[in-house]
Design a protein around this ligand. Structure first.
Ligand SMILES: O=C(O)CCC(=O)C(=O)O
Ligand SMILES: [Fe+2]
Length: 759
């Protein structure tokens, strides 16, 4: 049975006493029918206790016997208790005390090691900052996590001799320890626990090899530097009232499967861990003194061809005590590296390993169900489907706010279907949420960045919503409260793009069959992004650091045989706006008088005329409409006093957008709003704002006379563009740039009869 099948299996969700639980898996979101009956205690058959002390025996038979028991548990419930593990009580006790000392500190001290400041998701996650399951509550949990560091691994004699390709994947951060040094024993005690777990896991994986009918040392080399991580979990009591008003089930950590090879969980005596059996019944995995709970992760399930099962579990602490647990993940998967756009190992294997279905799990009747998967790809799969990563809690939290505010225009499933668009909406909405903290904003921003990186990495086709999100981001980020540094955002995204392009041509595994198409698509996105980026830098007085690189990069589109007119047009606009920005940043040129500037424009127009005059495709039209609407909305949001201080070029951009909108959708209310705004703010009728306002007024007047102006918005697919040629829009605009007396005559003469051209 595949992961999806296991998760989906069970009877009709409509049947009595059952409900549907949604689960995030690497294969997407799946529904799982579960029983509504209260959890019952697991029987010893369901979650057996396995005394593993025999794994340390010199007798192969003793080790094999343990392997058999593990095999049975792994292939049935996927969970077992491990006794006889040999980790001294003192080591566990000291780590637990360290955890208590840490979590009992005031928030501002814990903040010092907040995961938000971490590059690799080490450190502290505050209360209710995550949501492991989309349909359950935010996790009533705080945690502190850290990842494999060879310097603290006693099995490593000399860190300098570790091969570079393995080193490159290490995700440890010393700040976990420097920022907690106020607790004198913390580092020592927590690392002692980690070392003890690591040594045990390395023994245990040999028994897993036996259980999989492999040589005992099969995994040894692959796990010389595993991504082995400890999390300290702190679960305060869930208030009884929690979830009552919303109907959302309150949890300490929501229903999930673990990702990696296996997890060894130490839990205190309070209880709260629940395991979902195949029948959809929740079972209490009650604490048993002296044991760890061990469970299989998704990666192990995959490479065993689904023989070993990764089982859904969660925790709820409804006792009056605070609960602690200390899972050791062998190993916790790496989070997304948003600097280079690559994720790395998640499996518990070394950082550079790829693993297919194990030979012993394949036979005539059981062909391999899965391709070999590199750890990077595996993470990518799950990442796409999952929002477990940092920030998602906040995003969802504010997502509720977004959904409430805009319940009419957001599809129900936006969060899961379009996580980037959803997160972007949340990020943008967050500036309207009173007293939102910088940390929260930053977390949401990181989330968006990671998702954006995922989108850019995805093979084509890039869906419209993703493109929309990227455009939205590049448009509005200057106004987002968290002061998202747009240049660095775009720059790193650009870096991701550059970094991933070679990935797709080198190494057969990663080669995309249609590299050229993918590259073209990416260039298209970049042209779009670049355009909006430049448009919005204009008038903000912010020089784009990356502009030249942008333009050079964008120009590559023209060398594609598949490039079409729209690509060229977009590029032409990029040039126009970047030229504009250049001029603005060189005031000496501007000082010489406006003529030079306008000559420049005319030259640009001559160069690109053949492209601009072409008719537009639906895609281009929609893109043009969206961009234009964005520009006008942005313009309308600006303070009058700010607008008046802006150079004429800013008005040029605005009118260009307004005219584009006039061409495709003359009834768009933004046009009237812009017209009114322009005329209201102009200090006199010589001002460029007034001239442009008049231009818009006249176009609308003529459209009304021709009966084209409707008060109702027409559905976009029925919209016919106004049949003027682009020269007309251009001429009108250019005319508007000159003093009104000249302009009106020239412009009146421009189109033969605008009325005739309207439909
Ligand atoms: O604390 C527990 O009981 C479960 C923790 C868990 O499942 C996890 O951290 O992945
Ligand atoms: Fe877990």
């Amino acid at each position: 049975m595949s992961v999806t099948e296991v998760l989906k299996q069970s009877s009709d969700p409509e049947s009595e006493g059952r409900t549907v639980l949604k689960l995030t898996t690497a294969y997407g979101l799946v529904d799982r029918s579960i029983k509504t009956s209260p959890p019952r205690d697991a029987t010893p058959e369901e979650i057996p206790i396995i005394n593993i002390s025999r794994i340390f025996s010199d007798e192969p038979a003793a080790r094999h016997a343990v392997a058999e028991e593990i095999k049975k548990a792994a292939t049935t419930s996927g969970f077992f208790y491990m006794s006889g593990h040999g980790i001294p009580d003192e080591v566990i006790g000291a780590a637990l005390e360290a955890a208590k000392d840490f979590f009992h500190q005031p928030q501002d001290i814990k903040q010092r090691v907040n995961q938000a400041a971490s590059k690799w998701f080490n450190g502290w996650n505050g209360p209710k900052s995550h949501r492991a399951n989309a349909v359950e509550s935010l996790d009533h949990r705080e945690s502190f996590g850290f990842r494999y560091d060879p310097r603290y691994d006693p099995a490593v004699e000399d860190v300098d001799t570790i091969p570079e390709e393995i080193k490159a994947g290490f995700r440890a951060e010393e700040y976990c320890w420097t920022q907690t040094s106020n607790l004198p024993h913390f580092k020592q005690d927590v690392l002692d626990y980690w070392r003890a777990c690591l040594a045990l896991a390395r023994q245990l994986i040999r028994i897993f090899a036996l259980a999989l009918d492999l040589p005992e040392n099969y995994f040894d080399e692959k796990t010389s530097h595993p991504d082995a991580a400890v999390a300290l979990n702190y679960y305060p009591t869930i208030p009884e009232s929690a979830g009552k008003d919303t109907g959302v089930e309150a949890v300490s950590i929501g229903s999930h499967t673990d990702l990696q090879f296996f997890t060894m969980l130490w839990q205190d005596q309070n209880g709260g861990l629940q395991v979902l059996n195949r029948d959809g019944q929740w079972l209490n995995a009650k604490p048993i003194e002296g044991t760890f709970v061990v469970n299989i992760g998704d990666y192990l399930m995959r490479i065993t061809n689904d023989r070993f099962v990764s089982t859904v579990h969660r925790a709820k602490n409804f006792t009056n005590n605070e609960r602690f647990s200390m899972p050791f993940f062998f190993g916790m998967y790496s989070k997304f590296d948003d600097q280079i756009g690559l994720a790395n190992l998640n499996s518990g294997f070394n950082f550079n390993e790829t693993c297919g279905v194990l030979p012993s799990c394949i036979d005539e009747n059981h062909p391999a169900k899965y391709e070999p998967v590199s750890c990077a790809e595996w993470v990518h799969l799950r990442f796409k489907a999952s929002n477990l990563e940092g920030g998602s809690g906040f995003v969802r939290h504010y997502g509720v706010w977004v959904s409430l505010k805009h319940s009419n225009d957001l599809p129900d499933n936006l969060e899961n279907e379009q996580p980037l668009l959803f997160s972007t909406a949340c990020l943008l909405a967050s500036r309207f949420v009173p007293s939102i903290s910088k940390t929260v904003g930053h977390e949401m921003y990181l989330m968006v960045r990671r998702l954006a990186a995922c989108v850019v990495l995805k093979p084509p086709p890039l869906d419209y919503e993703s493109l929309q999100s990227l455009l939205l981001l590049s448009m509005f980020s200057p106004t987002v409260q968290t002061a998202m540094p747009i240049d660095s955002w775009v720059m790193s995204a650009l870096a991701i793009n550059h970094a991933t392009l070679p990935l797709n041509i080198s190494g057969s595994q990663h080669a995309h069959p249609d590299f050229s198409e993918m590259r073209l698509k990416r260039l298209r996105i970049w042209n779009g992004l670049c355009l909006t980026h430049i448009q919005f830098s204009i008038g903000n007085g912010r020089q784009s650091m990356v502009q030249k690189a942008f333009v050079d990069y964008c120009s590559q589109i023209l060398s594609f045989p598949e490039a079409i007119c729209e690509d060229a047009r977009l590029f032409a606009e990029v040039l126009l706006y970047s030229g504009t920005e250049n001029l603005l940043n060189h005031s000496d040129v501007l000082c010489e008088g406006e003529t030079i500037v306008f000559d420049d424009l005319v030259q640009w127009k001559t160069t690109w005329n053949h492209i601009l005059a072409q008719s537009s495709s639906a895609t281009l039209r929609n893109a043009a409409l969206e961009t234009s609407r964005g520009i006008l909305s942005y313009f309308l949001e600006l303070d009058f006093s700010v607008v008046l201080d802006m150079p004429d070029y800013y008005f040029f951009i605005t009118i260009y957008a307004a005219l584009t909108l006039c061409k495709f959708d003359i009834s768009e209310p933004l046009i009237t709003a812009t017209q009114t705004c322009l005329m209201d703010l102009a200090p006199n009728d010589e001002h460029i704002a007034f001239r442009f306002g008049t231009v818009l007024e006249e176009i609308r007047r003529k459209a009304a006379a021709a009966g084209t102006l409707t008060t109702q918005m027409r559905p976009e697919d029925q919209m016919e563009p106004l049949m003027w040629n682009d020269n007309y829009a251009w001429d009108v605009m250019m005319a508007g740039l000159y003093p009104l007396d000249v302009a009106v005559t020239e412009w009146e003469d421009a189109p033969p009869d605008i009325g005739e051209t309207f439909h």
